[in-house]
Design a protein around this ligand. Structure first.
Ligand code: F6R
Length: 364
């Protein structure tokens, strides 16, 4: 079943261009230049606030979606991890829309949060990969991801498919709210259509990433930095590394470094900077320079332009294709997944079955 791959996780990382394309097929009409969710615009028009709830990697997909929904649709988003949402007595206006994101559709905390939201008269939307799951059955609005079965415990392809659906959802909501011109919608669809090829281009750097994994493998701690939608990607990169290689890693908003974590910097703590070219690039690079000035060893993940501008003096660089900022989170998922994967292989850990973890967390 693994074919030529050594691990399911590796196979699933490489499946991303295909499964993201499959998923997008059901959410965009490329010829019309339209997003097309299985929900009518009239139903979304009344949405004045969106509540997003998920756990782990699915939560990070939700965090990226918050940036998109607020930017495109100008609808405020509340987001929580499910285990907090359940118990913190959130204020939910009757008739509000609550969105639950889950690969398995069975995560106990997320399912309990969904039922709590239902009891508070929320409309329940679900982004889920397992179509027969409890969450899929309990949804009012079902947005399936078409990633196919995910076997590796660390979520990879389900995550990028979640992002694809969430980008389409943000655009659909924006259209329903009258916030998107035809041209803007066409542009968004065009960028989404570029994602599969860009994911392929990112995967072409697999060998470069394998070749630099030895720089990370000996570390005890690793920091990941990003800004805007790439901040959740920094947290996702850190989660992937800790769960499969057992190296302690944290993702920070690049601008937060100077408020504390920079005290950790020395030449034993590699800092991985996720900085695609775009409106936030210069800001992130200036945070990176602060780290470098304190002797920090940096791995810069950027496109050719970014690396040319800021790559000098970095311990290593990982080049990504130049992409529109909208799809950067999908594309930059690949290098952080591959880096975690190759570090874990070097360390000889059980990549597909990391210790203490289960694929589907059906206990609280
Ligand atoms: C990380 C990972 C977990 C899951 C989390 C939620 O690689 O796989 O953090 O994302 O347990 O699971 P789902 O998405 O099935 O609700």
């Amino acid at each position: 079943e693994k074919g030529n791959y050594r691990h399911y996780m590796q196979k699933e990382i490489f499946e991303q261009p295909i499964v993201v394309a499959q998923t997008l097929q059901t959410y965009v009409r490329p010829f019309e230049g339209e997003v097309a969710l299985p929900v009518v615009d009239a139903d979304l028009q009344a949405v004045n606030r969106l509540t997003i709830v998920a756990c782990g990697t699915s939560f990070y997909a939700g965090l990226v979606a918050k940036y998109w929904v607020e930017q495109f649709a100008r609808v405020p988003v509340d987001i929580d991890v499910a285990s907090e949402f359940r118990y913190r007595e959130p204020v939910l206006e009757p008739g509000g829309l609550a969105l639950f994101i889950s690969q398995s559709g069975e995560t106990a905390d997320t399912l309990a949060a969904l039922r709590h939201a239902r009891s508070q008269q929320q409309r329940i939307a679900v982004v889920v990969n397992v179509p027969t799951s409890s969450m899929a059955r309990e949804a009012d609005l079902l947005f399936p991801t078409h990633a196919g079965p995910e076997i590796g415990v660390a979520s990879t392809k389900a995550f990028t498919c979640q992002l694809a659906v969430l980008a389409a959802l943000a655009a659909n909501l924006a259209r329903a709210k009258g916030r998107l011109t035809r041209e803007e919608e066409q542009e968004i669809v065009g960028h989404l259509q570029e994602a599969p090829a860009a994911l392929n281009a990112a995967l072409n750097h697999d060998e470069d990433i394998a070749a630099m994994a030895h720089l990370i493998a000996p570390a005890r701690d690793v920091l990941y930095l990003g800004r805007g939608p790439d901040f959740p990607m920094a947290m996702e990169g850190a989660l992937k590394l800790k769960e499969i290689s057992y190296i302690h890693a944290e993702g920070y908003a690049a601008g937060e470094m100077k408020h504390g974590p920079i005290a950790l910097i020395d030449d034993n703590v590699p800092v991985i900077v996720i900085a695609p070219s775009g409106p936030l690039f210069e800001k992130t690079v200036s945070n990176m320079q602060e780290v470098r000035a304190r002797g920090g060893k940096i791995v810069l993940i950027s496109d050719a332009k970014g690396i040319e501008e800021a790559g000098e003096g970095c311990m290593a660089t990982i080049e990504m294709p130049a992409v529109h900022p909208l799809i950067a989170p999908l594309v930059y998922a690949v290098p952080v997944q591959l880096l975690a994967y190759h570090v874990a292989v070097l360390k000889g850990t059980d990549v597909d079955q990391p210790r203490n973890l289960a694929k589907s967390v059906t206990v609280e």
